[in-house]
Design a protein around this ligand. Structure first.
Ligand SMILES: [Zn+2]
Length: 265
């Protein structure tokens, strides 16, 4: 939760902005001692040309294969001039990944390698959502890893998005890989948090799509009921006071348990 507050304190972080650069540096400072891959490139959009920066921290395991856990850290370009800080949408999951890094660091992993991905330019350049002007970071990285052969080693892609809501209800996403969704539910049940998971099914377009399209088993852990009928989503109401450290702990625990079940598969 402290990490969420620190990310949010920089203010709105749309791509190409000074605050965005500060959050990039903030994440990099945390993973400085880890094995990192930086995926930097530029995109042309209807709003101009922008730099994009994906950050990947790699924690090696003993078993061949990789589990990727991802979160976007940018906020919406169209909301750049409002005081929109995306406490839940972007900051909560990016903070959770920083803590997962703390949990993985310095321990010998008897299982797949875990790569944590802070991806960029997830948010749409236009509102409402535009499929052609969003998911830039992950689309680029999925293609890069397809071209260099990395993608065939990715055993699972777990996406975290909007996971800090104090009233936590993680959706069962119908486009995610169903056996992986089943495994997440098993993990949630094993750690006693199943009541927060999968009571509602819906279809979500999110950063897992470019990996799904390339045949990688992928799942989106997302709570798309943020406030009454999602009323806080993409508004200045998306602030830290709506979140709970308990929700971060639930999703973090279930994510690590899912990773453990994947290792055993
Ligand atoms: Zn968003």
């Amino acid at each position: 939760m402290q990490y969420v507050k620190e990310i949010v304190a920089y203010g709105p972080r749309p791509i190409g902005s000074e605050h965005h650069k500060k959050v990039e540096d903030y994440i990099l400072t945390h993973v400085r001692g880890d094995n990192c891959e930086l995926d930097d490139f530029e995109i042309n959009t209807s709003e101009g040309r922008f730099p994009v920066h994906n950050i990947i921290a790699k924690f090696p395991g003993t078993r061949p294969g990789i589990i990727v856990i991802a979160s976007h850290y940018d906020t919406n370009w169209p909301l750049r001039n409002e005081n929109y800080v995306g406490a839940n949408d972007g900051a909560s999951s990016s903070a959770l990944l920083l803590e997962i890094a703390n949990q993985l660091r310095g321990k010998k992993r008897d299982g797949y390698s875990v790569w944590l991905l802070w991806d960029d330019a997830e948010e749409s350049m236009k509102l409402p959502w535009d499929d052609n002007e969003s998911l830039y970071g992950v689309r680029h990285l999925a293609q890069k890893w397809q071209d260099d052969g990395t993608i065939k080693n990715v055993k699972a892609f777990l996406l975290e998005d909007m996971i800090g809501d104090a009233d936590l209800n993680i959706e069962r996403d119908s486009v995610s890989t169903s056996w992986l969704e089943d495994l997440i539910y098993r993990a949630a049940t094993q750690v006693g948090y199943q009541s927060h998971f999968f009571k509602r099914e819906m279809s979500v377009t999110d950063d897992h799509v470019p990996f799904l399209e390339r045949g990688v088993p992928s799942a989106d852990l997302i709570d798309f009921d943020y406030g009454y009928n999602n009323v806080f989503w993409h508004t200045t109401q998306d602030s830290v006071d709506k979140l709970s450290p308990k929700s971060l702990a639930i999703v973090g625990t279930v994510t690590l348990e899912t990773e453990r079940l994947l290792d055993q598969r």
